[in-house]
Design a binder for this molecule. Structure first.
Ligand SMILES: Nc1nc2c(c(=O)[nH]1)N[C@H]1C(S)=C(S)[C@@H](COP(=O)(O)OP(=O)(O)OC[C@H]3O[C@@H](n4cnc5c(=O)[nH]c(N)nc54)[C@H](O)[C@@H]3O)O[C@H]1N2
Ligand SMILES: Nc1nc2c(c(=O)[nH]1)N[C@H]1C(S)=C(S)[C@@H](COP(=O)(O)OP(=O)(O)OC[C@H]3O[C@@H](n4cnc5c(=O)[nH]c(N)nc54)[C@H](O)[C@@H]3O)O[C@H]1N2
Ligand SMILES: [Mo]
Length: 766
């Protein structure tokens, strides 16, 4: 990592240099024997036989723990093996037998560790002791829990204003930990609760709330078997939500058509060999996608407009055959304006904006119009753009045209990332929580919560950088690596007086610190959480609004670990000097936290009782049963202009994506098997024609520059890989390329960093 003179020097995610990059033909199907082999290789290697078997038999089971991987639901009929390759890697990563203790930190200074790659940092093992980096110190040293908590409390209490602190959350915290955390933060006096959602599905939350009146998806797992068509837009389920392929497979087998809209032909969208189906394993698997549209990056508003324009044309050719006018008239508003905007958009701008032809878009319209029940799934390919909210609203428009809400087999399906990111929001981790929530929590907990907008991720970085926030606290996550504009964020974190992380493993955020830094190590989901009242379970909410329990059964990595709930409770008790509930009583018995959640949040009636039922329970979701939560109860059609995606000459539009071997900033390995590249993560996928035009060859090393807001950001020494990607587009991995994502470029209304549309220049290395 180099010094951060903004502009010319680049923060480098230190590379892994031990093996030469390898290129090969990518797998032709997702899943299969490789998936089983990789699951075993990772779990056995990290956890040994006993822990592996025990955890793999308990993951996602009714009395087991929730997979720490993605938020895809389990469904009622569970198989004995309810996990996927990447879930197994996530479990192995956290339940590893490798540990680091105080002697590790005595040996390696912060400066030395900063030179390690993310892969190497993660591989060092589980954190087992609270650690502190004193002012001016070069090494972390062990500190007792009591003293650590006291130091953080002292720093918080001495702030002249509670808004000078911010409290980040990554979406792995349980409902109980998250509820207690936001309660503590609000009693302390601030709404500064930035979270990973701000960088993730915030555009979905905003786009859905404004149109259908709930910031969540409207389908359940069972709907996939009833759908006639599923659109998968801007998502790579083969890597990021492998268990979703099982749902797509069943949809397909029942006759549904699948339309994929993605600049990349992601393997998992094309063919799936279910690792538990013998027929699939020895046969060729199930073909998934019926129609693939290779949209250009950020061409989705244009593409969806094209599909909708074609639907209007078809309706006027055969009146009454396409639109569901009775649904529209009874349930929607804004239709006429939407219709004229769509009709007035010319095919030229649609084709140019999307990179797709009228015929291709017409084929998608045919599939949509023939299907009585349609689900649209999407993820980061839609949300992480300046017009991310418009992308989501366009999906809603398309669904509304044929009344695809309020019936089985149909609806909106934003596919969430972190395993409890949706639950965190539900229980109040939200810098912009609605007044109704604040009012209620104030009444129940007998305090006057702060009102007004707290800081989301991007404004929080700016506030730290400008000296307006001086204490950063992170409940999980890896802020420096997950956020945009790494140089800028590096300066922001370093200008804090104190940075504190509750973590399971070492990561770069422990090495880019405020003047003083602390690490509090915590238990993971798969571990036994013993408190004075007995062993505890926690609860999580999946991507489809189902709340269920999660209970660990493995021996903790160290007896010295605390649960997240306990860490929050002890800190709250120390900071708030007896104000608020009896925090320690709550952390002794999580049922008592659930009683509070029940009192504050609608939909949690009889929480403790219902969550003990084997399948948990579903939170209320109006649109699922055709009741929209907007002020007048009607769903809204919206007008979403085609964004201007023209680039200056010689530039490319870059998206930052995940490889097959990572979980966000945690690198499991160095293989991107579904894309055919191993042993190097500093790669850039480029269309061969663009390479020719730039006079750069396949396999050549280049520097990538992004210029925005008067600043050049540089990422050095990336390997060009000629790839099947639309001309004018390129792709790099997150977090290596985050240095290029401008802090000033984020989604309108949701503030999500535009990490899928970064304008870059690729140049030969000097
Ligand atoms: N194994 C594993 N599982 C994970 C994660 C992980 O890192 N590893 N992360 C978790 C988290 S937090 C999240 S949010 C999800 C993320 O899940 P995804 O959203 O699937 O993750 P990304 O790799 O960001 O992939 C985005 C996809 O969108 C496409 N795309 C990019 N730009 C555009 C565009 O402009 N238009 C369209 N139509 N497509 C585009 C890319 O080609 C890519 O296929 O996965 C979760 N699950
Ligand atoms: N350029 C670019 N940037 C992106 C994205 C992108 O697509 N492109 N994606 C964005 C998205 S979708 C997201 S969600 C964010 C993710 O941002 P974060 O959630 O901040 O990042 P993670 O990498 O998931 O965090 C990993 C760390 O969490 C800690 N951890 C793991 N499990 C636990 C646990 O149970 N408890 C606690 N306390 N700590 C735990 C470990 O120490 C680990 O190192 O990144 C965003 N950043
Ligand atoms: Mo995410």
């Amino acid at each position: 990592m180099s010094s951060n003179a903004l502009g010319d020097e680049a923060f480098e995610q230190p590379p892994d240099l031990h093996e030469k990059v390898k290129r090969y033909k990518a797998s032709s199907a997702a899943g299969g024997f490789q998936a089983i082999w990789q699951s075993l290789r990772h779990t056995l290697g990290e956890m040994g036989l006993y822990r592996s078997v025990k955890s793999l038999l308990l993951v996602n089971q009714k009395r087991g723990f929730d997979c720490p991987g993605c938020a895809w639901p389990e469904g009622k009929k569970r198989s004995r093996f309810e996990f996927c390759e990447n879930g197994a890697k996530a479990i192995a990563e956290e339940a590893t037998r490798k540990k680091i203790d105080a002697s590790f930190f005595e040996k390696f200074s912060v400066e030395e560790l900063a030179k390690w790659s993310d892969f190497k940092l993660g591989r060092s093992g589980r954190l087992t002791h609270p650690m502190v980096l004193d002012r001016g110190a070069t090494h972390y040293r062990e500190i007792s829990w009591k003293e650590g908590i006291r130091r953080v409390a002292e720093a918080l209490k001495s702030l002249p204003d509670p808004n000078r602190a911010c409290f980040y959350t990554s979406g792995r915290a349980s409902n109980e930990a998250a509820f207690l955390y936001q309660l503590f933060v609000r009693m302390f006096g601030t709404n500064n609760l930035p979270d990973c959602s701000n960088m993730c599905h915030e555009s979905s939350g905003v786009g859905l709330s404004s149109t259908i009146g709930i910031g969540k998806g409207t389908v359940s797992l069972g709907d996939f078997e009833k759908a006639d068509a599923v659109f998968v837009i801007g998502q790579n389920p083969g890597t990021n939500h492998p268990r979703m392929l099982t749902a797509l497979r069943s949809a397909k087998r029942k006759g549904a058509k699948i339309v994929s809209i993605n600049p990349l032909r992601e393997v998992g969208l094309f063919r799936f060999k279910h690792p538990q189906k013998v027929g699939d394993m020895f046969g060729s698997g199930t073909e998934l996608t019926d129609l693939y549209l290779q949209v250009k990056i950020n061409g989705d508003v244009a593409a969806l407009k094209g599909v909708m324009k074609r639907l209007f044309e078809m309706e006027s050719e055969r009146p009454g055959s396409v639109l569901d006018m009775s649904f529209i008239e009874t349930n929607c508003e804004g239709f006429e304006a939407f219709r004229s905007d769509t009709n007035n958009t010319d095919w030229g701008s649609i084709e140019e904006g999307s990179g797709l032809t009228k015929e291709e878009l017409g084929s998608a319209a045919e599939i949509y119009a023939k299907a009585n029940r349609v689900i649209i799934c999407w993820s980061m390919g839609l949300t992480q753009h300046v017009n991310g909210v418009s992308n989501v609203q366009s999906c809603v428009n398309l669904l509304l045209m044929r009344g695809n809400f309020g019936r089985e087999g149909a609806g909106a399906c934003p596919v969430r990332g972190h395993s409890n990111v949706q639950g965190n929001r539900t229980v109040g981790v939200w810098e912009n929580a609605p007044d109704s929530f604040l009012q209620k929590i104030g009444e129940v907990m007998n305090f006057d919560p702060p009102r007004g907008h707290g800081l989301a991720v991007v404004p929080a970085i700016e506030a730290m950088k400008n000296g307006k926030v001086s204490v950063f606290f992170g409940l999980g996550g890896n802020f420096i690596s997950a956020t945009p504009d790494t140089d800028y964020t590096d300066m922001a974190l370093r200008s804090c007086d104190m940075t504190v992380h509750v973590s399971t493993k070492l990561n770069r955020s422990h090495l880019v610190t405020g003047k003083e830094a602390l690490i509090f190590p915590c238990l993971v989901r798969s571990e036994i959480d013993e408190q004075p009242s007995g062993d505890q379970f926690v609860t999580v909410e999946d991507s489809m609004g189902l709340v269920h329990r999660s209970e660990g059964h493995l021996e903790p990595a160290s007896q010295n670990l605390w649960s997240e709930v306990r860490i929050v409770a002890e800190l709250a008790a120390e900071v708030l000097d007896g104000k608020g509930p009896d925090w320690l009583e709550l952390s002794d018995d999580y049922d008592k936290i659930r009683d509070l959640i029940e009192k504050v949040i609608p939909g949690f009636e009889r929480f403790n009782e219902r969550v003990r039922e084997p399948d948990g329970f579903e939170l209320p979701n109006g649109p699922r049963s055709g009741r929209f939560g907007t002020p007048d109860g009607r769903a809204c059609f919206t007008i979403n202009p085609i964004p201007n995606t023209k680039l200056k000459s010689g530039r490319l539009q870059m998206m930052t994506i995940r490889s097959h071997d990572q979980y966000n900033t945690t690198i499991y390995g160095l293989h991107d098997r579904y894309r055919g590249v191993s042993f190097d993560r500093r790669i850039v996928l480029v269309n061969r024609k663009d390479l020719d035009r730039l006079k750069i060859t396949d396999n050549e090393r280049v520097d990538i520059t992004s210029s925005f807001g008067g600043r050049n950001r540089i990422a050095r020494n990336f390997l060009c890989v000629a790839y099947d990607i639309p001309e004018g587009c390129c792709a790099t991995y997150f977090p290596e390329a985050n240095v290029l994502v401008p802090i000033e470029k984020f989604a309108e209304r949701s503030l999500t960093p535009a990490s899928k549309s970064v304008e870059v220049q690729i140049s030969k290395r000097n």
